[in-house]
Design a binder for this molecule. Structure first.
Ligand code: 13P
Length: 250
């Protein structure tokens, strides 16, 4: 895994046929990328995405997974199922999962465990709500999310963890954190990792920023010292915009 990772989070967008078309459009535009490139697609698009990315430099991520290996969990998908298909990454703890689908720090931690056990690389999402930023507890909130999610994760396993700092107030709102705000929290996250592991391990972790990152603001955000990539929603659905963000990551 390289240090810089640009990942698209398509959320609940694109049918399988549309996924193929979007990846075919992205592929030539990112072929010379200096960073790792990932597309996070709906479960149902995974076969099409794996087929379309075959032989390319684009990895495929799922947007969630369950923590049990199998059993009576109607509607859920196990990490091993994703791994067997050839999926390399899974986005976990996204604020939309936390806000709309009941994920908590504790359930996110279980998902992280299940995903790492299956051999997946985790993109762990953390971030504060607007009220929490206004109360000046961003650092505490994010530290707690990171610490709980990484409970029991070894230093060796940490090499398969990417952390995405996504302030909830910046997601889908067009309201990006300033480069300084993004960098400040990414640096705080790195400090938490240094406390949990050590400086070298913390330094090696890819910490992404996410939240209204786009073709116009990506270069400034990605130039910051502690921002090692991006998790991109809306702009990842437009091939030229996504490619511009990928090109800005070097
Ligand atoms: P937007 O880029 O649409 O704000 O979404 C960010 C996000 O939630 C990525 O996971």
């Amino acid at each position: 895994m390289g240090k810089y990772v640009i990942a698209g989070n398509w959320k609940m967008n694109k049918t399988p046929a549309e996924a193929t078309a979007l990846i075919e459009a992205i592929k030539p535009l990112v072929a010379d990328a200096a960073c790792d490139v990932v597309v996070g697609v709906p479960y149902i698009d995974i076969p099409a995405a794996l087929e379309a990315t075959k032989g390319s430099n684009i990895g495929v991520a799922a947007q969630n997974c369950y923590w049990e290996k199998s059993g009576a969990f109607t509607g859920e998908i196990a990490a091993d199922m994703l791994r067997e298909m050839g999926v390399g990454y899974v986005i976990l703890g996204h604020s939309e999962r936390r806000t709309y689908f009941g994920d908590t720090d504790a359930t996110v931690a279980k998902r992280v465990r299940g995903a790492l056990d299956a051999g997946l690389t985790v993109i762990l999402c953390v971030g504060e709500y607007l009220e929490q930023r206004e109360q000046d507890i961003t650092a505490e909130v994010v530290a707690m999310q990171v610490k709980i999610a990484l409970e029991g994760v070894s230093e060796e396993e940490l090499s398969r963890v990417i952390i995405a700092y996504e302030p909830v107030w910046a997601i889908g709102t067009g309201k990006t954190a300033t480069a300084e705000q993004a960098n400040e929290v990414c640096a705080q996250i790195r400090g938490v990792l240094a406390g949990l592991y050590n400086e070298a391990a913390a330094k090696a972790v890819t910490i992404q920023y996410g939240g209204s990152m786009n073709a116009a603001n990506a270069a400034e955000l990605l130039a910051m010292s502690d921002v090692d990539g991006g998790l991109i929603g809306g702009a990842s659905l437009k091939a030229p915009d996504f490619a511009t963000i990928v090109a800005a990551a070097k």
